[in-house]
Design a protein around this ligand. Sequence first.
Ligand SMILES: [Zn+2]
Ligand SMILES: [Zn+2]
Length: 348
Amino acid sequence: MGRDAAGGHRGAPGPPLAPGPGFRTFIGTFPPHRHPAVMIRVTFLGTAAARPTVGRNVSGLSVQREGEIVLFDCGEGTQRQMMRYGTGFAVGAIFITHIHADHFLGLTGLLRTMGLQGRTEPMVVYGPPGSARALGQAVHLGVERVPFPVDIREVEAGTRVGKGDWFIDVFPVQHGIRAVGYALQEADRLGRFDVERARALGVPEGPAFGRLHRGETVEAADGRLVGPDQVVGPARPGRRVVYTGDTRPTASVVDAARGADLLIHDATFLAEDAERARETGHSTTVEAAEVAREAGVRRLALTHVSARYAEVPHLLEGEARAVFAETVVAYDGLTVEVPYAEGGEEES
Ligand SMILES: [Zn+2]
Ligand SMILES: [Zn+2]
């Protein structure tokens, strides 16, 4: 047909990102750490509320953990943002928070593009209860067939969508229509392995170290048995990244975000527009920051910014930081890497 398959752009890196407002906070506040053994990288594809502006697209969030990518929300134009910011299109699953147009209309074009790129792997699109019909319409709109299987699954709050070493937890939010938030949760990691102590106990270096680390008892050079409790510390908690989608500040979000490494929260309005936030089922900067403080998260990223503040994002940041210092107002293209709480030491 002579149509230009967009496959040539797959994974092409975007232009280098100029540090924007708030970026220094993330880098500067946390001391330089060694690169985490398993990288989690969050890229904000769209940070505008309801409609795009010149500088911000509607909602979309790419989260990459090692080689795997999941998308949270997929507003119109998300696919172009993915090209622009070089996230790659090898998306394993798409999680839609609710079926307001600014959160899912991008599915139609994104899936067509993936088809043109030659994708054959199945795609799973998750959404809240009652969303399957609208999601199905978005997926199948038009005459072109999506040339790979698309499985649409409704997930209720409280569900855990499981994989081996990480999961997506679905939690309730409060937005006036059926809506959920999603949290990426890593499984616990093995405890720290004390190499010096293992050597001192006479454990032969090599495979025995790994077996010991994974919980097996091994034999030392002198024939004595050495158990994991002698050389392996307690299991270390995995990281947690929480995305609310659109919501009022609410206890269920505090619960879901407790101790999270990164909370990404609706902050559609400034505090002075609190009434409007209440009416429309959104949050203000201060409300989002209060949730972050109450939940004891490490960092907060505000998103879903109303077009009325297009010229003044620093006002949002200032308000939120007065309540919760480790806050950034996300902008399109902002990439945040999520280190381990204990400082990102190398896996051992
Ligand atoms: Zn929205
Ligand atoms: Zn909404």
